[in-house]
Write a protein that binds this ligand. Structure first.
Ligand code: AMP
Ligand code: ZN
Length: 475
């Protein structure tokens, strides 16, 4: 079965066919780096990691670009309020660059902890100002943007004409903007017009010269400019969270297609939200939000969060719950235990697969091809392990390792580490920190670190003489 995916443009599951197989170009809207990224943000990013790995499983070569927004994302999607990065910079007494660098580092560290493959490039908005200015020039030349004192605006009415409905959201302009109080006070022709470039804002710290005066870019233009620079004028897949459908992605399409007169993206794929128990979207504006760094203290490995997300369909809302996370941790432990239990003969290169592994392989493959049905793929992987125990035949291990190219649990590495009795540099850093915590009698921290090491697969034994033994857990 060829790969199928739900395309928001057609509102249906479509057979996937990229422009130049086996190449696939993938642009993923990335984070705005003014606060730490929460588990909701990472759910969306994980979904693109699953998508990318599933495409590779099918033999495609994926070229992914993800932006890092370090300027121009306003506190409202309507270009109103304050630039989010500058707001944090003022509050923390730092420069916008310091804020962006700090939260980018945190973001990348969490990204790696989740076992996500890095894209070919994380492209920062402030490194692509020239491309944005050039693209805005093209949009003005095509007649779809105009310059006023306060900014360069995209002329939405002109672009939409008679057809006042958004292609992606299928909403009228009024519906798209219904949730936001539109600012009529600006010198825009219509309240629906959005800023490509902000002018006349002397208090904004970051400013760049342009043919229209100094200022800074709007949020939407950065994605169009960077996507086109690295992936061409028509990209295969564009991804983002569902909140991007009505405004951000509508605007990206409008500005890109008015400049190039070509389809901007052939497939738009959107991820559903991670929500709290009450069903509310986890969001930065809520003030308090769960972070990846909260999990190890509760005995949850970052890779268990990865598995938790894998266990849900990308288009379905997912409720963040302790039970759900614990169940995912249970599954991770189950896979790891299996990895440790596989006898050396079964892990040798060329080991026979047992009868049945082939059908598991097909079922796993079909699940992924069927609109990235990761929960079903997970069920197949778990069944492969259960079946191996039932038959006491571990020949399915190589098949599980091929599944792990998509699951991303690093089971092969885990097995080597567990059986080779080596301590990884990551674990060594925690061991050193724990020794320091014990020296300074900070037992709370020492306990947290013990739990963290245990979830990473280490045995921790504090001896009476004060010394501690650490070893990778054996069978
Ligand atoms: P932001 O940094 O707020 O622009 O968000 C970065 C990405 O995370 C976007 O693709 C959002 O759609 C996505 N996102 C934000 N909140 C959630 C959530 N609660 N669940 C899933 N994705 C989210
Ligand atoms: Zn974007």
């Amino acid at each position: 079965m060829p790969f199928h995916i739900f395309n928001t443009l057609s509102r249906s599951v479509e057979e996937f066919s990229p422009q130049n197989p086996p190449e696939v170009t993938l642009y993923s809207c990335g984070p705005t780096v003014y606060l730490p990224q929460h588990l909701g943000n990472f759910r969306t990013f994980l979904n693109w990691d699953f998508l990318k790995r599933a495409l590779k499983f099918d033999g495609y070569r994926v070229r992914q670009i993800m932006n890092i927004t370090d300027v121009g994302h306003m506190t409202s999607d309507q270009d109103d309020g304050e630039d989010k990065i500058e707001k944090t910079a003022r509050a923390e007494g730092k420069s916008p660059l310091e804020v962006a660098n700090h939260y980018t580092e945190l973001f990348l560290a969490d990204w790696d902890r989740l076992g996500m493959e890095r894209p070919e490039l994380f492209s920062r908005a402030t490194d692509h100002i020239a491309e944005m200015i050039a693209l805005i020039g093209r949009i003005i030349d095509a007649g779809f943007a105009y310059v006023t004192k306060s900014g360069v605006y995209f002329d939405v009415e002109r672009y939409r004409g008679e057809n006042r409905f958004g292609r992606l959201s299928r909403q009228s302009l009024d519906e798209q903007h219904a949730a936001n109080r539109l600012d009529h006070s600006r010198d825009k022709r219509s309240p629906h017009d959005f800023a490509l470039w902000m002018l006349d804002q002397p208090h904004h710290i970051l400013q760049w010269p342009t043919p229209w005066g100094p200022g800074y870019p709007g949020w939407h233009i950065e994605c169009s400019a960077m996507a086109m620079k690295y992936l061409g004028e028509t990209i295969d897949i564009h991804t983002g969270g569902m909140d991007h459908i009505p405004i951000h992605h509508e605007n990206e399409i409008a500005q890109s297609e008015s400049a190039t007169r070509k389809p901007f993206a052939r497939y738009f794929v959107h991820s559903a939200f991670l929500v709290g128990k009450e069903g509310a979207k986890i969001s930065k504006s809520a003030g308090k939000f769960p972070l990846l760094s909260d999990l190890p203290g509760a005995g949850i490995d970052p890779l268990a969060f990865r598995l938790f997300c894998f266990g849900a369909k990308y288009r379905s809302e997912l409720i963040l719950s302790d039970e759900g996370l614990r169940a995912a941790q249970g599954n991770l432990d189950y896979f790891r235990e299996f990895a440790r239990n596989v006898p050396a003969e079964a892990a040798a290169p060329g080991a026979e697969t047992p009868g049945g592994a082939e059908t598991h392989y097909e079922r796993f493959h079909d699940a992924l091809d069927n609109d990235l049905n990761t929960p079903q793929a997970l069920a197949v992987a778990l069944d492969l392990v259960a079946e191996s125990y039932r038959r006491q035949d571990f020949g399915g291990w190589p098949t599980l390792l091929t599944f792990d190219a998509v699951l991303g649990l690093q089971l092969g590495h885990y097995r080597e580490m567990a059986l080779g009795a080596t301590i990884s540099p990551e674990a060594q850093a925690l061991i050193d920190e724990r020794a320091e915590a014990r020296r300074s009698r900070n037992f709370k921290r020492s306990d947290e670190l013990r739990k963290q090491l245990e979830t990473m697969g280490y045995e921790v034994k504090d001896n009476r003489d004060g010394a501690t033994e650490y070893r990778p857990r054996r069978i």
